[in-house]
Design a binder for this molecule. Sequence first.
Ligand code: NAD
Length: 344
Amino acid sequence: MSIQIDRKIGKDDLIVIAGAGGFIGGSLARYFHNLGYTRIRAVDRKPLPEWYQRVPGVESISADLSEKENAVRAVEGAAEVYNLAADMGGMGFIERFRVECLRSILVNTHLIEAAYRAGVQRYFFSSSACAYNTDLQKDPNVRALKESDAYPAMAERGYGWEKLVSEMFCQEYWHERGLETHIARFHNIYGPNGTWFGGREKAPAAICRKVIEAKDTGNLKIEIWGDGAQTRSFCFIDDCVLGVDMIMHTDALIATPINLGTSELISITDLVTMVEEIGGVKLERSHNLDAPKGVAGRNSDNTFIKQVLGWEPSTPLRDGMAKTYAWIEQQYADRKAGKRVVQD
Ligand code: NAD
């Protein structure tokens, strides 16, 4: 399907991507570069050699955007700003480091104010399904979450509240000051170039790595966090960047949070089976019931996105996981061979 997007900016207008040293920000920089945008400024607090992707021709700056002066410099001359910067990770990280997650509020607070003062045309904020009321997510057979389910608020401790409050900043900068803002609530984005080890990785990458490791070492076992009955939907990175582009350039979505995820619900147990099939191996399973596992179930209700955009993320999980597995397998082999991989 070829999708027409009226971006309202020229190919030489400056696009600023915060958090571009990470998974989604880096993929977004590559996406706009491939579309022919000639002036992209990528910013991340990590030193440049640690960025997951460096796109040739893209201006890459290492700067901590929780510092006001850096935020001001980062958005200078920008037509559009995409905020993908946050101190975050999978459940293992966000349940343990709530203060770090909350402190990401500094990034959005400085960046949106700087963007407003610099007169940028459009500002994007990457929110999360963790902003939803956790009381609605206690059952693995969860009702899919629709946008209005964020209120009354009972977001995920730490990370989810930061997202909810930052969303509110975006909404009020539009209503009170006229800065055009767009907000997507991502539901578990996965794919090549994401975090796959080190403690911040999420379930899809962690499971791929564990299966690859088991095959490589011959220790044919896998530890699963929780009882495996917890359910989620997972959205492939290509759908995510296309969705961000569409959401950013749709007037009906100004200051209006919208789900960006698939509605293909799967349990962690079934996800493990899927990855075993991709890897062509069967492992002995054990369950770590003390490990962080997040809410019991979470799915994306895509009624709104289908209505507004006539589109929803559509990459089948099996296809996206096969690509992710292949990428991690290569990373694993490179690392084992002593080559430096992006996250070392
Ligand atoms: P990521 O960790 O790969 O990328 C985030 C990047 O932000 C990192 O490279 C980090 O160094 C950078 N960063 C953190 N603090 C910074 C600061 N003070 N100044 C400059 N850069 C800073 O994560 P990701 O998966 O690419 O996530 C991107 C955005 O999407 C985040 O806002 C995240 O909360 C949101 N999100 C992601 C998912 C997902 O499944 N990946 C789900 C929901 C929401």
